[in-house]
Ligand binder design. Structure first.
Ligand SMILES: Cc1ncc(COP(=O)(O)O)c(C=O)c1O
Length: 455
């Protein structure tokens, strides 16, 4: 069976919308009152939630979220990965309390030994020897891009169509018809023509990468190990080996963003798939919810940067454009030490991956039974369904499978059944507290909701 019956879908969506509105009067009222907030939300992204208004948070613990109307949800959204360690993990809370309340000193511009511990731990996981800390993955990407330009003396960054690396100017690009990068639809007021800063290629298409690198002006390839922000699009066999070879051949650095793909395992996809980046970026989850991010450099990249800073033609200590006042603060480094050391452990990843495998099998069984032309893709502790079969190979193919009406129906229907999916597409993430019963609950709800449409 191909496209869903749109009349039936519209009726189902209307019913779910009505139930959502009726069951969340307090959230709806608070949203209505928030007239001093741009878009009525603390951050405009929060309007991604379906239903016309977001649920207002009352409390959250582990993989449970309770809204202000008193409904408790099994949370598979987990703050779009920020809470992959679970909400308010005990070890992180204890470290945060010790730092902020017992010892005091949340941000002082002075180092503590927690950062050194976290750097050593990140080296164990990602094999990258030298680390710097930020407050977000966006900042880690931005600052690392500056260093890549400095190290290579080249102006452009190569990205893949429909990638996402945070609000990084260079990355909102698509390959244009003339081989030049062009701005992605919706890009808010780009500072310069994207073609000046970026080359864009197609995921799983090494020829497009080679064509872009052949110009000799690319400082770094910036890529996730798998695309995760346009559904999950896995690399085909040989793609990463090809990227590494092409980067080396053309004198370009390979910069891997593990912010989401850390779900692949304890050492992310870099360890699982034996990747060999020159720069590695990670963020969101590693502080257990306390803002933080990090970038790791190879010794060669660090040496190239240092040559410039020693010569006095770049400044990474003062106002040269790399760094931030609160970056690497004592609170976030304490949180990272506790989260990496005690929460996101090998045992936690084994548990989370087993559950994501069960989640994927549950979704696949429904798709097979009802002959629904969708696909489900797993990446360690996360899984995602997409409205196309077989699973897309490129960002472009995955983007073409987007369906706002289906998205809204699934998100609302799941929320009305006590399940939160990430508001960006249909991604589900497991955390250490997720249980098999939670996964089975999703499987049942998915069968009911998709069955109402395709049954
Ligand atoms: C792969 C990747 N990198 C970087 C970011 C940016 O993270 P943040 O919004 O925490 O800066 C995101 C956010 O979704 C992401 O998916």
């Amino acid at each position: 069976m191909a496209d869903p019956d749109r009349t039936r879908l519209a009726a189902l969506l209307e019913a779910e919308q009505a139930a959502y509105t009726e069951n969340h009067p307090r959230s709806r009222a608070l949203f209505g009152e928030a007239t001093n907030l741009f878009g009525r939300v603390p951050m405009t992204w929060m309007n991604m939630w379906s239903g016309g208004f977001p649920l207002y948070l009352d409390r959250a613990r582990g993989n449970r979220v309770t809204d202000v109307d008193g409904h408790t949800y099994v949370d598979f959204a987990l703050g779009d990965t920020g809470a992959m360690a679970g909400h308010s993990p005990a070890a992180t809370l204890a470290a945060v309390h010790r730092r902020a309340a017992d010892l005091g000193g949340i941000t002082t511009m002075l180092p503590t030994d927690d950062a050194q511990w976290a750097g050593a731990e990140l080296e164990r996981r990602f094999r990258m020897p030298l680390w710097s800390f930020t407050l977000s993955a966006t900042d880690a990407n931005r600052w690392a891009i500056r260093l890549a330009r400095l190290a290579t003396g080249r102006p452009k960054i190569l990205v893949f169509a429909y990638c996402y690396h945070g609000s990084v100017d260079e990355a909102f690009a698509l390959p244009g018809p003339d081989g030049k990068a062009q701005s992605r639809p919706g890009n808010v007021a780009p500072p310069v023509d994207l073609d000046l800063t970026t080359r864009a290629a197609t995921w799983n298409d090494l020829a497009s990468v080679e064509a872009a690198l052949a110009h000799g002006d690319v400082a770094a390839i910036l890529t996730e190990p798998a695309l995760t922000n346009i559904g999950i699009v896995l690399p085909e066999p040989g793609f990463h080996e090809g990227l590494r070879e092409l980067a080396t051949k053309h004198g370009t650095l390979l910069m891997v963003d593990e912010t989401h793909t850390l779900s692949a395992g304890w050492g992310g996809a870099t360890l699982e798939w034996a990747l060999h980046p020159d720069i590695l970026v990670v963020g969101k989850s590693i502080g257990g919810g306390i803002p933080c991010g990090a970038y790791g450099l190879s010794r060669e990249v660090a040496d190239s940067v240092t040559r410039h800073t020693d010569a006095g033609d770049a400044d990474i200590v003062d106002v040269g454009g790399v760094g931030g006042t609160l970056a690497g603060n004592a609170l976030s480094t304490a949180a990272m030490r506790a989260t990496l050391g005690e929460v996101l452990t090998p045992a936690a990843f084994a548990h989370m991956t087993e559950l994501a495998t069960a989640f994927t099998a549950g979704v696949q069984a429904t798709l097979d039974q009802l002959d629904v032309p969708w696909s489900v893709t797993q990446l360690g502790a996360r899984a995602e369904y997409r409205f196309v079969r077989p699973a897309p190979r490129t960002g472009e193919e995955s983007a073409a499978a987007a369906d706002d009406q289906l998205d809204a129906y699934l998100h609302l229907a799941m929320a009305n059944r006590g399940i939160l999916m990430t508001p960006f597409h249909n991604m589900a993430l497991m955390c250490p507290q997720t249980s098999r019963a939670d996964v089975d609950r999703h499987t049942e709800a998915f069968r009911e909701v998709v069955g109402a449409l395709y049954g």
